[in-house]
Ligand binder design. Structure first.
Ligand SMILES: NC(=O)c1ccc[n+]([C@@H]2O[C@H](COP(=O)([O-])OP(=O)(O)OC[C@H]3O[C@@H](n4cnc5c(N)ncnc54)[C@H](O)[C@@H]3O)[C@@H](O)[C@H]2O)c1
Length: 342
């Protein structure tokens, strides 16, 4: 039995505890939160779980093998380092740190100590994103022309991070998982409509050397919730609506073809293809459950998580690049070249 401690029982922490509590081969041993009221909730729901307002109690408990951190981003580095230095495997919420320097130090520390570091980029463990990756990697989609995402709703306004760090982070991790390449440049525009608060709306464009272009529109100031992604390829196209109850992913056999036939050169050289639509069957297990099982498997069998610290670091670098571009009113920011070794 792998014993897990959780630090932070605010909005997201309860989802972690609920899923970890149901894992075979793992159990929640203790929860830490600064707020006694939150700990009262833990005790009522999970009477066997120890609670404390001092996270050091989890670090010094030798029976705890792994610790998950679900506290505000500004605390991730300090808490994450403390967990690794206590010799425990680490589950870190997204984004893994405020800066890429901090993220790199966490990656190095975990590597040095041979500890598992998983970053909770939850979407990567959904049936939808896994199916999109399958279709793209099988070659069925052809060359990826574009990725276009709308991720908007009303709230939750964050006080400490911008909408890029809160919402676009999902697109950055999904893109990292879907594509074999890393962007070469970023351009972003954004605005805070309320003085003294982080940007609540942003449009981010990522450029890839292959010619693929990706765009994300993220906002906390929309009247309705929209979670839609289009991926256009040279052979097929995908739509992904995360709010659809069943057919979230649809693969369309649609596209265009250009002819080089000199006889047709004076005519319209473009042909439109409109074939079938296919809604593939998707895995329905809750993503956090899949991710929790994967975390335990990595700990037990020395595997590298699908969302390891290096993926988390690449995402933080994109947040930095997009934020820098946004503060420069959309100026192009070049991204450090990366090997995306498996
Ligand atoms: N993976 C996802 O899809 C997803 C979704 C939502 C939030 N998150 C991430 O989860 C993290 C937490 O977000 P949230 O919305 O739950 O925040 P929150 O503010 O609702 O909760 C944070 C909790 O951490 C506690 N806390 C803060 N510092 C602490 C410390 N030193 N020791 C013990 N407890 C401490 C607070 O008392 C609070 O209860 C963030 O990194 C956020 O980005 C991830």
């Amino acid at each position: 039995m792998i014993k897990i401690g959780v630090i932070g029982y605010g909005y997201w922490g309860p989802n972690l505890v609920r899923n970890f509590a149901e894992l075979q081969g793992g159990t929640v041993a203790a929860v830490a939160d600064l707020d006694q009221g939150k700990l009262d909730l833990v005790r009522r729901r999970y009477p066997a779980v120890k609670t404390t307002t001092n996270f050091h109690d989890l670090l010094s408990d030798s029976s705890i093998d792994a610790i998950a951190i679900a506290t505000p981003v500004s605390t991730h580095f300090e808490l994450g380092m403390a967990v690794l230095r206590a010799g425990k495997h680490l589950w870190l919420e997204k984004p893994m740190a405020e800066t890429s320097l901090q993220a790199r130090k966490l990656v190095d520390e975990a590597q040095k100590r041979k500890l598992v570091l998983i970053v909770d980029h939850t979407f990567i463990y959904t049936g939808s994103v896994r199916k999109m990756a399958e279709v793209i990697k099988s070659g069925d989609l052809g060359r990826v022309y574009y990725y276009d995402s709308i991720r908007v709703n009303l709230g939750l306004f964050q006080r400490d991070v911008s909408v890029i760090s809160d919402l676009a982070v999902h697109d950055f991790s999904i893109l990292d998982y879907l594509l074999d390449e890393h962007p070469v440049a970023v351009s972003a525009s954004g605005v805070n409509h309320f003085p003294g608060t982080p940007e609540n709306l942003a449009y981010i464009t990522l450029f890839y050397s292959s010619g693929t272009i990706a765009h994300a529109n993220v906002s906390w100031l929309a009247p309705v919730k929209v979670r839609q992604i289009l991926v256009g390829g040279s052979k097929k196209m995908i739509t992904y609506d995360d709010l659809e109850p069943s057919e979230k992913i649809k693969v369309y056999d649609k596209g265009i073809s250009f002819t080089d036939d000199p006889k047709q050169i004076q005519e319209m050289r473009v042909g439109y293809r409109t074939g079938d639509m296919w809604a593939p069957k998707l895995g329905t297990t809750e993503a956090l459950r899949v991710e929790g099982e994967h975390f335990l498997d990595c700990i037990a069998n020395g595997k590298v998580p699908d969302t390891d610290g290096r993926l988390g670091l690449r995402v933080v670098e994109l947040i930095e690049a997009a934020t820098s571009s946004m503060r420069g009113r959309g100026e192009t920011v070049y991204v450090r070249a990366q090997e995306k070794a498996a």
